[in-house]
Design a protein around this ligand. Structure first.
Ligand code: ADP
Length: 627
């Protein structure tokens, strides 16, 4: 029989397992049971729509059989099974999402820890065994196949006899060493303990034939040893257990195993409702965004159970997009088991459940914000972007419920702030909520317009995410206070006299400003004097719906290339440059044109933008220097 090679990556993982010095080798059993349970789930699913399966929920089981003489441990299931191709592709390659993530995120990390925190699947069998045999017959197939491997050298596949559909995995347990007593995995007691510890909530019975001593019938002191099937797991799903009796570690282990995360969740939400919608929910907020979270590949959804039985793996109708990061499950009494997916989508009960779930997540997040700020900030760092998307997507219909979940950097606080906190600190007479957008808080802090608003003692929200400004625009106002970008003409800080004086200054110099605007052509919509700037000579501001930052964002999108902000070059009327410009206008028009170009370039640089023609700028500056 030809020995086939493992794929390179699988070989690496396999090697890691075989030579693992990881101390919790017992988790191999959890992994194999979990695979068996998944396989049973799949066939059970099938049975809902396919009469030919001929099995019902109660017929499914997972069986563990230790054999001390042969030194083998067998785990078998009557699940969906694997075809010859599936045996090769599933067990010859790392296909599983979890292992893949493990590989990508931890290429250099210490391998040992990772194994413990994280399911590594089928290959973990090699931590305790020197030969693994998998015999499987797939549902609907007449032939069964045997896959066998002694490690990295490769594996063989051949036909075999197996009357029933399902999979039997036989581990030949390694010899004991000084460090490791592998024989323990053949002991009934150890097996029971491991199953109880990791797989208690598995919904199918995990059975083992155990030897029991009992009084011989009809005698008073004669004992006999009988063999009896024992179900090792309680089969009570974690979410059906009393909250008070569940240890945090149990939630953690459940979450990591079920949702393929190597970090514990940031928050566990476990509750039960009765009344209009009767269901148990066990929800988790992950502590970090999955690597594909902000991509199209990510699929939101909760597992949906009906009376303890899984009916859908990712029910997306249970979660709104803005809470798509939530993992978990819902178990309802009210849903029919045989309900088809199409019908489910329109199910009134399901909608009701979804609504209450959204409310619950919302209130839990708000509670976290109030009582555990540090955790909330961690949450917001991971998923805040999604909340902001939520504010402006769907035409802003969720904005009212989401606005109090937002956090922004602030010019005056060391920590991110809520809009409520901002408003509570607003100064007497302050009408608007000020914000400025840029790449980083440091860069924003250097904007001339920011300087002058800060100087007046006002707090400014610093927006560093590209979605921030879109979210604020969608909100439009908070607590009847309008959001105002400090880099637009909407900023209204001066007194009536000051405004009057500025208006006059602009009118008196209208011709000169027009001359400068013409020198700059299409680049700017207008050139004008401002009294907003403190020390800086110039700045760029914008008018209308699209700010300069938004223009940057829109232009980077595939179909937003035409978005254009209406740009205004503002000149500090209190800066010496103002007088200089006026005198140039009288005596040296060409000089005024050059100055306009240099000032415009400066304003762009200060605003974090690049200069269109650096060579021209350099020549202009050099000319001035040598004059
Ligand atoms: P994972 O279970 O995370 O996908 P594994 O390496 O544990 O990764 O298993 C790889 C694949 O092999 C599984 O996805 C499944 O398709 C298949 N498999 C493993 N064990 C069984 C089993 N007992 N019955 C049917 N298929 C199985």
């Amino acid at each position: 029989m030809r020995t086939k090679q493992f794929k390179a990556e699988s070989k690496k993982l396999l090697d890691l397992m075989i030579n693992s010095i990881y101390t919790h080798k017992e988790i191999f059993l959890r992994e194999l049971i979990s695979n068996a349970s998944d396989a049973v789930d799949k066939l059970y699913f099938r049975s809902l729509t396919d009469q030919n399966v001929g099995m019902s929920h109660g017929d499914f089981e997972i069986r563990i059989t230790p054999d001390k003489e042969k030194r083998t441990l067998t785990i078998s299931d009557n699940g969906i099974g694997m075809t010859k191709d599936e045996l090769e592709s599933n067990l010859g390659t790392i296909a599983k999402s979890g292992s893949l993530a493990f590989k990508q995120e931890n290429a250099d990390a210490k391998d040992i820890d990772v194994i413990g925190q994280f399911g590594v699947g089928f290959y973990s069998a090699f931590m305790v065994s020197d030969c693994v045999t998998v015999e499987s017959r797939a549902y609907g197939e007449n032939e069964a196949y045997r896959w066998q491997s002694k490690g990295v050298e490769g594996y063989t596949v051949e036909e075999c006899d197996k009357p029933d559909v399902g999979t039997t995995i036989t581990l030949h347990i390694k010899d004991d060493t000084d460090e490791e007593k592998y024989s323990q995995f053949l002991e009934e007691y150890t097996i029971k303990t491991i199953v109880k510890k990791y797989s208690d909530y598995v919904r199918y019975p995990i059975k083992m034939t155990v030897e029991k001593r009992r009084l011989k019938e009809g005698t008073e002191d004669e004992y006999e040893t009988v063999k009896e099937d024992e179900t090792l797991n309680s089969m009570i799903p974690l979410w059906k257990k009393n909250k008070k009796e569940i240890k945090p570690e149990e939630y953690e282990a459940f979450y990591k195993d079920k949702f393929m995360d190597y970090e514990k969740p940031l928050k566990v939400i476990h509750y039960k409702t009765e009344g209009q919608a009767t269901y148990d929910a066990l929800l988790f907020i992950p502590s970090h965004a999955p690597f594909d979270y902000y991509t199209k590949e990510y699929e939101k959804g909760l597992q949906l159970y009906s009376k303890g039985v899984l009916i859908m793996d990712k029910c997306k109708d249970l979660l709104p997009d803005h809470f798509s990061f939530v993992k978990g499950l819902v178990d309802s009494e009210d849903l029919s088991l045989n309900i088809s997916r199409e019908v489910l989508q329109h199910d009134h009960q399901l909608k009701l459940i979804a609504k209450t779930i959204e409310k619950k997540i919302d209130s839990e997040l708000k509670k976290m914000l109030e009582t555990d700020r540090e955790t909330y900030e961690k949450f917001f760092e991971a998923f805040g972007m999604q909340i902001k998307f939520g504010v402006y997507s769907d035409y802003g219909i969720h904005k009212d419920s989401l606005k109090d979940l937002l956090l922004f950097h602030s010019s005056s606080e060391k920590k991110p702030v809520t809009l409520k906190e901002y408003v509570s600190r607003m100064k007497d007479g302050q009408k608007d909520i000020y914000y400025a957008a840029g790449e980083t808080t440091d860069k924003i802090d250097m904007l001339p317009q920011v300087d002058s608003v800060k100087d007046k003692g006002y707090e400014i929200l610093y927006l560093t995410d590209y979605v921030d400004e879109f979210a604020l625009r969608a909100l439009n106002e908070y607590d009847e206070k309008t959001f105002v970008n400090v880099c637009t003409e909407e900023v209204d800080l001066g007194t009536e006299e000051e405004k009057e004086a500025l208006k006059k200054e602009n009118e008196d110099n209208a011709d000169m400003l027009k001359e400068m605007k013409d020198a700059l052509g299409e680049n700017v919509h207008e050139v004008r004097f401002t009294d907003k700037l403190k020390d800086h000579p110039v700045c760029l501001s914008s008018e209308g719906a699209i700010s300069l930052e938004m223009q940057k964002v829109l232009n980077s999108m595939p179909n937003g290339k035409d978005a254009k902000a209406t740009v205004v070059l503002e000149i500090n009327s209190n800066h010496p440059i103002a007088e200089k410009l006026k005198s140039l206008y009288k005596d040296d028009k060409d000089g005024l044109h050059d100055y306009a170009k240099i000032l415009y370039a400066q304003a762009r640089l200060i605003g974090g933008m690049s200069v269109d023609d650096p060579v021209e700028l350099s020549n202009l500056v050099c000319n001035l220097m040598t004059k």
